[in-house]
Design a protein around this ligand. Structure first.
Ligand SMILES: [Zn+2]
Length: 213
């Protein structure tokens, strides 16, 4: 598939459902298009609260019609365009033969931790870019502190240096809030704040989908 100038659309995210319409994963648009192209999945298109299923070929057709409409109505869809065709960016796909039930685990990693703390230093409250962030063991490892959701927080480099190998009270510092294990994937929570991914909600009700993507 030829790559177009709409690179940012390719890096968006697509919710993946199993055969029973249960959310199992999130993949990049690029990956979703490969899966569709190989006919391993279909597009679930949600419009006005109803959803319709399309295989890749019919999705290309729908894209073509929508494109014609769009010229007239200036609808705000996202597109992947190449020299020969334009395809609407799908938001949800459903795997044709995958019938496993999602695992109810939440991976402890930097990405999820920073998302939980909203990229905000839990000592000074500064929201910073990734390169300015680190993480801190509230009770230092040297004092038996564990690497868990309850003992690790997002921290700016400056506060990290200031705190050093001490507990907050020893360093005269205070946490903004007590760190907790999130109830659902923090990365997913961030996505759901974006209106672009509004349609995901339908499939996430009651799901404890954990993202390790
Ligand atoms: Zn700080």
């Amino acid at each position: 598939m030829e790559q177009s100038r709409t690179d940012s659309s390719l890096n968006g995210s697509v919710l993946v459902l199993n055969r029973f319409y249960m959310a199992v994963h999130v993949v990049s648009v690029r990956r979703a298009l490969v899966i569709l192209y190989r006919e391993l999945a279909e597009v679930i298109h949600v419009e006005d609260g109803h959803y319709s299923n399309y295989d890749f070929e019919s999705w290309l057709e729908i894209s073509e019609f929508t494109l014609a409409d769009e010229v007239e109505q200036k609808l705000n869809h996202e597109w992947i365009r190449s020299v020969n065709f334009a395809v609407l960016v799908p938001r949800v796909i459903r795997l044709n033969s995958y019938d496993k039930i999602p695992k109810l685990t939440l991976r402890f990693n930097r990405r999820n931790l920073f998302a939980r703390d909203n990229h905000t230093c839990q000592y000074c409250g500064m929201q910073l870019a990734l390169r300015h962030l680190s993480f801190d063991h509230v009770i230092p490892r040297s004092q038996g502190g564990k690497t868990t959701w309850e003992n690790v927080v997002c921290c700016c480099l400056q506060c990290n240096g200031k705190k050093g190998d001490r507990a907050p009270e020893e360093a005269g510092m205070q946490l903004m809030q007590k760190p907790k294990r999130p109830r659902q994937s923090p990365v997913l929570t961030v996505k759901l704040d974006n209106p672009k991914y509004e349609v995901w909600r339908t499939f996430l009700k009651g799901s404890s989908l954990a993202l390790d993507a």
